[in-house]
Design a protein around this ligand. Structure first.
Ligand SMILES: CC(C)(COP(=O)(O)OP(=O)(O)OC[C@H]1O[C@@H](n2cnc3c(N)ncnc32)[C@H](O)[C@@H]1OP(=O)(O)O)[C@@H](O)C(=O)NCCC(=O)NCCS
Length: 332
C-alpha cells in the first residue's frame, strides 16, 4: 500500500528519514549525509518554484519504502524529479517498482512528459550496478554521469594563496566579496539572474534545461531554507566595477558539530569566463570557512563528468573522485 505522508507529523517524518538514511548509506556508510534536523529544515521550507510530495510504501503498519516527487512550477514545467528508496531488507519484492509507478501516474496526470531520478554508484560498477538495472527495468535510460569529489581539510593557507596569486592577474577590474547568508539587497537581482543560468550552461547530459526562474522571492526562500537546516551559507561573488554579480560560489556548513562542508553551486556568467573567476571565488570562499572553523574535515562537491572547466579547477584544488551519481530519464 502506498500512502501520502503528512509533512507535519514528526514521528512519521522520523521514520521516513531513518529509512531514507539506511537506504542511501547502504554500501557507502561513510558518505556525508544530512542529519534529521537538516532534513526537516529542508523539506519543510517552502519553495515557490517547486512542489514536493511525499509518499511511503507499507507492509501492514511498517514503512518499507519512500518516495519524494519534485515538480518544477515556474520553469521546466514538463519535468519532474523522483527520489525513491526501499529499505534494505525489503528489496527485490517489487516495492521500488510500485513507488515509481505511483509517482509516474501523478506525473502523467499532471501533463508532464519527463521524469528523472538518480543513484549513487561505485566507479567500478557503474555499468551493471543493481540500481541502474532497476532504473532500466522501470523504463528509464541513463542521461548523465556526475562525479562526487572530496577535498580533505584543512588546506594549508599557502596553497590557497598560490591559487589566488595564479588567478589574480586574469581578473583585474573585478572585485571578490564574501557574504554569510543573504547577499546585500543591491546584489540580489544580478545574483538571481546568474543562478537562473546555471542549469542552462552546466552540462546535464541527455536532458536540456531552460533558464530557471530564480526570483528574489525564491532567493529569500532559499536563504530561509538554509537557516532552517541549521547551516551557514558562505557566498563568494565576483563583481564588475558597477557591482553586477557575474560569478559565484556557495559553501554551506553545519552550525552544529558536523565537520563536512557542502560545495553547492559555482558559476561564472558566460560573458565573463576566461578570467579565472571560478578558481578565485572557490579559493576565497574556502579560506573564509577555514578561518571560521578549524575542525572541518572535508569539502564534498558534485558535477558532471564532462564539465571539463569545473573538473580542472577541482583537480587543481586537490579534490579526489569518490563515486558517480548516475542520472536517469524516462520520457512519456
Ligand atoms: C533501487 C531500489 C529503489 C530498488 O528497489 P526494489 O524494491 O528492490 O526494486 P524492485 O523489487 O521493484 O525491482 C524491480 C526490478 O528492477 C530490477 N532490479 C532491482 N534491483 C536490482 C538489483 N539489485 N540487481 C539487479 N536488478 C535489480 C529487477 O529487474 C527487478 O525486477 P525482478 O526482481 O522481478 O527481477 C532500491 O535498491 C534502493 O532503494 N536503492 C537505493 C536508492 C536508489 O538508488 N534509488 C533510485 C533508483 S533509480
Amino acid at each position: 500500500m502506498i500512502d501520502d505522508v503528512a509533512l507535519k507529523d514528526d514521528t512519521l517524518m522520523r521514520e521516513f528519514y531513518d529509512l531514507e538514511r539506511r537506504s542511501e548509506l547502504h554500501g557507502r556508510p561513510h558518505s556525508p549525509h544530512w542529519d534529521f534536523d537538516e532534513f526537516l529544515g529542508a523539506i519543510r521550507s517552502p519553495d515557490s518554484g517547486e512542489r514536493a510530495e511525499f509518499f511511503a510504501a507499507y507492509d501492514g503498519d511498517r514503512m518499507i519504502g519512500t518516495a519524494i516527487l519534485f515538480s518544477f512550477l515556474l520553469d521546466n514545467t514538463e519535468k519532474a524529479w523522483a527520489v525513491v528508496n526501499v529499505d534494505v531488507p525489503e528489496r527485490r519484492r517489487g516495492v521500488g517498482r510500485a513507488l515509481v509507478e505511483h509517482v509516474e501516474q501523478l506525473v502523467r496526470a499532471d501533463g508532464r512528459t519527463i521524469l528523472m531520478t538518480a543513484s549513487h554508484l561505485p566507479f567500478d560498477d557503474r555499468e551493471d550496478h543493481g540500481y541502474r538495472k532497476f532504473a532500466e527495468a522501470c523504463g528509464f535510460e541513463l542521461s548523465n554521469f556526475e562525479v562526487s569529489r572530496h577535498l580533505a581539510l584543512p588546506v594549508p593557507d599557502e596553497r590557497i594563496q598560490e591559487w589566488l596569486d595564479d588567478a589574480a592577474p586574469a581578473h583585474e577590474g573585478y572585485t571578490i566579496e564574501t557574504f554569510l547568508g543573504a547577499v546585500p539587497d543591491d546584489l540580489v537581482d544580478s545574483l538571481c539572474l546568474l543562478l537562473g543560468q546555471l542549469a542552462v550552461d552546466a552540462p546535464t547530459g541527455a536532458v536540456d534545461f531552460e533558464e530557471e526562474a530564480m526570483t528574489p522571492q525564491r532567493y529569500a526562500e532559499m536563504i530561509a531554507a538554509t537557516d532552517a537546516m541549521g547551516r551557514t551559507r558562505y557566498e563568494t561573488v565576483a563583481l564588475t566595477p558597477d557591482r553586477q554579480v557575474v560569478a559565484q560560489s556557495t559553501l554551506a556548513l553545519s552550525q552544529k558539530d558536523n565537520t563536512v562542508v557542502y560545495q553547492w553551486g559555482t558559476f561564472v556568467h558566460r560573458e565573463h569566463r576566461g578570467h579565472r573567476l571560478g578558481l578565485a571565488t572557490k579559493a576565497v570562499n574556502l579560506r573564509a570557512v577555514q578561518a571560521a572553523r578549524d575542525d572541518l574535515t572535508l569539502v564534498t562537491t558534485q558535477n558532471a563528468e564532462t564539465n571539463d572547466y569545473m573538473v580542472a579547477i577541482n583537480e587543481r584544488m586537490g579534490f579526489r573522485p569518490i563515486e558517480v551519481h548516475a542520472e536517469f530519464v524516462k520520457r512519456f
